[in-house]
Ligand binder design. Structure first.
Ligand code: FMN
Length: 144
C-alpha cells in the first residue's frame, strides 16, 4: 500500500481544505495517508513515505514560515536521500499568484525529487471545482 504524506501549513484554512481534498483522493485510491502540519513534521516522516504533497499559503511571496521551518530542520538530514522521491505541491494565495509554490519546488528539485504533476494554486478559498482538482491530484499521486 502506497504511503502518501501530506505536509502543509494553513493560517486561515484555505490550504488545509486543499490538503484534506488531496488526502480524500489518495485514500479513495487505496493508499495509506498521513496528514502532518509542517510544524509537526520531521525528517523521519518524509524519509518513510513513498510520495509527499506539500501545501503552503503564499505568504509574502514565499512559502509559509512553518513550511520553511520544516525544510530548515529536515534538509540537513534528508538532502542526500531524496533523489527521485516523488512529490507535488499545492496552496492558496491572496492575489499574487503562487511564488510560494515555486519556492517549495525549487528546494525539492534541488534535492533531486521528482515532481509528479503540475502544482495547484488557488486564489483564497478553494471552490468546489478547486477541491475536486485537489482530490484528483491525491488520486493520481496514489496511483502513480
Ligand atoms: C502574513 C501573510 C502574508 C501574505 N502575503 C501574501 C502575498 O505576498 N501574496 C499573496 O498573494 N497573498 C498573501 N497573503 C494571503 C494568503 O496567501 C491567502 O489569504 C491564503 O488564502 C491563505 O491561505 P491559508 O488559509 O491556507 O492560510 C498573505 C497572508 C498572510 C497572513
Amino acid at each position: 500500500m502506497k504511503k502518501v504524506l501530506i505536509i502543509y501549513h494553513s493560517q486561515t484554512g484555505n490550504t488545509e481544505a486543499m490538503a484534506k481534498a488531496v488526502a480524500e483522493g489518495a485514500l479513495a485510491a487505496g493508499s495509506n495517508v498521513t496528514m502532518k502540519k509542517a510544524v509537526e513534521a520531521n525528517d523521519k516522516d518524509i524519509l518513510g513515505c513513498d510520495v509527499v504533497a506539500f501545501g503552503t499559503p503564499n505568504n509574502f511571496s514565499y512559502m509559509a514560515g512553518m513550511v520553511k521551518d520544516f525544510f530548515d530542520r529536515a534538509w540537513p538530514i534528508i538532502r542526500e536521500k531524496m533523489a527521485n522521491k516523488p512529490y507535488v505541491a499545492f496552496g492558496s494565495y491572496g492575489g499574487g499568484g503562487m511564488p510560494a509554490i515555486e519556492t517549495v519546488e525549487k528546494i525539492c528539485d534541488n534535492m533531486g525529487m521528482k515532481r509528479l504533476f503540475d502544482s495547484i494554486g488557488v486564489q483564497r478559498q478553494p471552490t468546489a471545482e478547486n477541491l475536486k482538482a485537489c482530490e484528483e491530484l491525491g488520486k493520481k499521486i496514489a496511483e502513480a
